[in-house]
Design a protein around this ligand. Structure first.
Ligand code: ZN
Length: 371
C-alpha cells in the first residue's frame, strides 16, 4: 500500500479550497503531513489510502457546487428586457416580448416557484408565452407547469429520451423543432442554435436579438467544467463552441454559475482548449510503444506533469482542484478512443467536427443579424 502514497500531491489538491486566499494555505510541511495524518486517522481500522483520497475528492464536489455566487438569489437585467434569474445552482433566461415571457430553462418545481415569486414581487410577471427546453437532460426540464406556459418547445428527439428516463415534473412539449430555428415575437428575435456535438444531441443555445447568448451546460465564466466535461467527443465540443464564438453577442449567460461579456466566453473556451492541448502534449511525451495504455508509474508521472503545467496557468480558476483529475482522465480516454480534438496551430484558429482539419472561418453557420 505504501507505494500508492506517492499520489499525495493529488490527494492534497483535492482537499484544498480553490476560492481560499493564498495567505490562508498551510505551510509546505503541513501540506505534506496533513493528508497522510488524516488518511491514517480516518480510515482505521481498515486502512485504505486510495479509498480515503477518492472519498476526499468526491467530497470536494460540494465546494464546486457551493460557489459564493450561488449563495443568494439574483435577478439581473443583462440587456433591455432580457433577464437572468439565479437560484442556488441553476440560472435561467427570461425574455420580455410583446406576446408574453419566454423562459429557458425551468430546471425543477422549486426553481420555477422561486422564479415566478421573484418576477411577481418585482412587478415583472406576465403570462408565459413559451418555455424552451434547451436540451433533454432531466435536471433542466422540470417545473415548467409552475409557469403555466402557452407553449413548450423542445428538440424533436427529446421525447425519445424521456420515454426511457421517465422524468418527473415534466410538462410535455407542445411543439418540437429540429436544427436551427428562429422565433419571432413582434420585433423580438430568438434563435435556437443547434449545437448537437457540445453536450447533448438535443441541444440548443439560445441567442436573443444577437445580443445575449444562453449557453447551457457547455461553458461558465471563469469556471472549469464538472468532472472533465464535455461528455461527448472533444472535437465536437470544440467545433460547437467555435460556432457559438462566431455568433454575434455581447453577453453570455451560463445555466450554472454566472454571466459575463463575450470576451470571457472567448477566454474560457481558450482555457478549455489549452487544457486539452496540454493533456495531449503530456500524453505524447509519456507515450510508450505507440500507445498510452501503460504502466502505473508512467501514468502517475504523466498526471503530475499535467497537474503542474495546468496548475501554473489555471490553478486559480474555480473548480480546478475538484476537476483537473477528471479532465485528465477525459483527455486520456479521448486519446484511447481516438476522439481527440485537433489542436489549433498559429494561423489556424478553428476546427470543424467532420475531420481533423482547420479553417480560419470562425463563422461555420452564422446566424444572420437582425434587420
Ligand atoms: Zn445537460
Amino acid at each position: 500500500m505504501a507505494q500508492d502514497f506517492d499520489g499525495e500531491a493529488i490527494g492534497q489538491s483535492m482537499t484544498s479550497q480553490v476560492m481560499a486566499p493564498r495567505s490562508t494555505r498551510p505551510t509546505f510541511l503541513a501540506m505534506l503531513l496533513r493528508p497522510l495524518l488524516l488518511a491514517t486517522l480516518s480510515c482505521l481500522p481498515a486502512c485504505n489510502a486510495q479509498r480515503f483520497f477518492m472519498t476526499t475528492a468526491v467530497g470536494g464536489l460540494s465546494d464546486y457546487f457551493d460557489h459564493p455566487s450561488s449563495a443568494e438569489e439574483t435577478l439581473d437585467e443583462v440587456a433591455p428586457g432580457v433577464f437572468t434569474f439565479q437560484s442556488r445552482w441553476e440560472r435561467a433566461l427570461i425574455v420580455q416580448t410583446p406576446d408574453g415571457l419566454v423562459v429557458t430553462d425551468t430546471f425543477n418545481p422549486t426553481f420555477s416557484r422561486a422564479l415566478r415569486s421573484r418576477l411577481e414581487r418585482d412587478g415583472l410577471w406576465q403570462p408565459v408565452r413559451t418555455v424552451i427546453y434547451s436540451h433533454h437532460h432531466l435536471d433542466h426540464v422540470g417545473g415548467a407547469a409552475v409557469l403555466e406556459p402557452a407553449e413548450v418547445l423542445a428538440h424533436a428527439d427529446a421525447p425519445a429520451h424521456w420515454a426511457a428516463t421517465k422524468p418527473r415534473d415534466l410538462l410535455p412539449p407542445t411543439r418540437l423543432v429540429r436544427g436551427d430555428t428562429t422565433l419571432h415575437y413582434g420585433a423580438r428575435r430568438i434563435d435556437l442554435v443547434a449545437i448537437p456535438h457540445a453536450h447533448a444531441e438535443t441541444h440548443f443555445a439560445i441567442l436573443v436579438d444577437n445580443s445575449v447568448l444562453y449557453a447551457p451546460d457547455t461553458i461558465a465564466p471563469g469556471v472549469m467544467l464538472l468532472g472533465g466535461l464535455p461528455s461527448v467527443p472533444l472535437a465536437g465540443y470544440f467545433a460547437d463552441m467555435q460556432r457559438l464564438q462566431g455568433l454575434d453577442f455581447e453577453v453570455f449567460v451560463a445555466s450554472h454559475f454566472g454571466y459575463a461579456p463575450k470576451d470571457e466566453f472567448v477566454r474560457t473556451v481558450a482555457m478549455m482548449r489549452d487544457l486539452d492541448a496540454i493533456g495531449q502534449g503530456v500524453i505524447a511525451e509519456h507515450r510508450v510503444d505507440g500507445g498510452f495504455r501503460t504502466d502505473k508509474s508512467t501514468l502517475k508521472r504523466a498526471f503530475k506533469d499535467y497537474y503542474d503545467r495546468t496548475h501554473a496557468k489555471y490553478g486559480d480558476w474555480h473548480g480546478f482542484d475538484t476537476h483537473i483529475l477528471g479532465t485528465f482522465i477525459r483527455i486520456y480516454t479521448a486519446d484511447l478512443l481516438g476522439d481527440t480534438a485537433p489542436v489549433p496551430s498559429p494561423g489556424c484558429n478553428a476546427v470543424t467536427f467532420d475531420g481533423p482539419r482547420c479553417t480560419n472561418s470562425g463563422h461555420l453557420h452564422p446566424v444572420p443579424k437582425s434587420p
